[in-house]
Design a protein around this ligand. Structure first.
Ligand code: HEM
Length: 471
């Protein structure tokens, strides 16, 4: 009796919330609802979103703003270039508070003996830029470690026994490399645990968000998710202790003068952000290149040309400047990140009521930017579904798209990826290494080409890669 009563109240509340939200989130002029799939009571749009996230969202890609519901909680998706620019670049929209403020901003404020007044977007952008530069300088000084680490990662994929082990090995090796480069931290056991934890936590995070069957027992799903997060924090703690025992490095600067918990949060954030994205993109790169032998040939030619012009015996001796000479390889990596951006969603919310494309967005409404949608938008790209690295040849920052706010694998604005320089270096190194030394082809055990599984990043599943040494 009590259970039935509870269910009826829950269902009634959910219907009311759906109705009310759709009424509030309407274009200012006109009475029609915002475009989006019709929500069901209790589960909202969870069923289509969980079965095929991108395709569900893509149905409304031509609409500047569309509306979806996870259970009865609304979120809007923005695909119009001007609106994306405002959301990511203007400072009027912020990441939800639980992501934390950017530590470099905090450090700057402390250094300037100022109070923490985080309202000036220009200051934030400036500080974000300067901390990205500091990270770049540190990374450039470690390029030979990065080359060695990525070669090890490539070899671990080549020598894996099956597709599952290939995915596992690349993840482990990239985590090992990043922990070493970013924190000087080495620990095999933690690398193994992180590889498992981050993948499972990502999967759990998405499932607990969109899977309609989880709605009834969200507490249980949350419990599993928090178990992973807890393990992650335990490892983060060890990394922090290690950092504290070392002379100051760039990480101390990046993390800034925050308390112990703030520091732990920043370190865990860095570990999470760097652990899934690069390995995932490596796999997509190998998949794409196996389909385009003419692109592989161009990569080999360019590498040979740079080897010759720099008088180096092998790519292992390359410096950052040499790697920068590889303009075509750069285009290949960028085009891969366009087709398969590993970050599924950028989440923001307006700090106060705003108007976007004729729609009033009440303060704190979740607003999502989905890089995949922008990267496949027919209005912004010529032949959006095709793999055409040359589109980045004459404009390295956004290819043939109309602006920087359409090509956003690393996000934009003050919360743009901190590690994009490291990520691009790692991806370039893997690409030239495998092309120099191997031929390969892919097979798909379940018959069709790899599907995108929405974990923290979009990992290609169902793929096996067979390598042979180049003659
Ligand atoms: C292909 C590889 C990568 C991709 C596609 C990627 C993508 C992104 C994106 C889209 C964001 C912005 C999220 C938002 O705006 O809400 C982000 C943030 C971040 N990324 Fe990356 N990332 C990659 C690799 C890395 C690496 C290797 C590092 C390590 C240094 C890193 C560190 C970070 C950090 C610390 C943030 C948070 C910045 C902040 O909140 O201010 N990322 N990344």
């Amino acid at each position: 009796m009590v259970v039935t009563g509870g269910l009826v109240v829950y269902a009634a509340k959910s219907v009311f919330q759906l109705y009310w939200t759709r009424k509030r989130l309407r274009p200012l002029h006109g009475s029609q609802n915002l475009p989006g799939p019709s929500p069901w009571p209790i589960v909202g749009n969870c069923i289509p979103l969980s079965s095929n996230l991108y395709q569900t969202l893509y149905q409304y890609v031509e609409q500047p703003i569309s509306l979806y519901f996870i259970a009865s909680t609304p979120f809007v998706v923005v695909t119009d270039e001007a609106a994306v620019r405002k959301v990511l670049g203007s400072g009027m929209y912020q990441k939800p508070k639980y992501f934390g403020y950017r530590s470099s901003t905090i450090r700057y404020s402390v250094e300037m003996n100022q109070k923490l007044i985080l309202t000036n977007e220009q200051m934030r952008q400036q500080q974000a830029d300067s901390s990205r530069k500091a990270l770049k300088v540190m990374i450039d000084s470690k390029v030979s470690d990065i080359i060695d680490g990525m070669i090890e990662a490539a070899e671990a994929v080549v020598h894996a026994v099956d597709g599952r082990e290939q995915v596992e090995n690349i993840r482990r090796k990239v985590i090992e490399l990043n922990l070493n480069v970013l924190f000087g931290y080495k620990n095999d056991k933690d690398v193994g645990s992180l590889s498992h934890i981050i993948f499972e936590a990502g999967k759990e995070f998405i499932l607990r968000t969109v899977n309609p069957f989880r709605i009834g027992w969200r507490w249980m799903a949350n419990f599993r998710f928090f178990q992973y997060v807890f393990s992650l924090i335990t490892i983060g703690r060890r990394v922090c202790q290690h950092m504290d025992s070392q002379p100051a490095t760039w990480v101390h600067g990046w993390v800034g003068k925050v308390g112990k918990i703030g520091k732990l949060g920043k370190v865990v954030g860095l570990i999470m952000a760097s652990s899934q994205t690069v390995p995932t993109t490596c796999l997509w790169l190998l998949f794409l290149l196996s389909k385009y032998p003419q692109v592989v040939e161009k990569i080999r030619e360019e590498t040979s040309r740079v080897l010759h012009s720099t008088k180096k015996q092998s790519m292992e001796e390359f410096t950052v400047d040499d790697l920068n000479e590889l303009a075509y390889v750069d285009c290949v990596v960028k085009e891969c990140l366009r087709l398969y951006p590993p970050f599924p969603l950028l989440q923001r919310e307006p700090e106060m009521d705003d108007i976007l494309e004729n729609v009033k967005i009440p303060a704190r409404t979740p607003v999502y930017i989905v890089p995949w949608l922008l990267h496949h938008h027919p209005k912004y790209w010529k032949q959006p579904e095709d793999f055409i690295p040359d589109r980045f040849m004459y404009n390295a920052s956004h290819g043939d798209a109309p602006s920087d706010f359409v090509y956003i694998p690393f996000g934009r604005g003050s919360r743009m990826c901190a590690g994009y320089h490291l990520a691009l270096l790692e991806l370039k190194i893997l690409t030239i290494y495998v092309c120099q030394y191997y031929d390969w082809k892919c097979s798909f055990p379940q018959g069709k080409e790899p599907a995108m599984f929405p974990s923290i990043s979009m990992t290609p599943e169902n793929i096996e890669i067979y390598f042979s040494i180049r003659k």
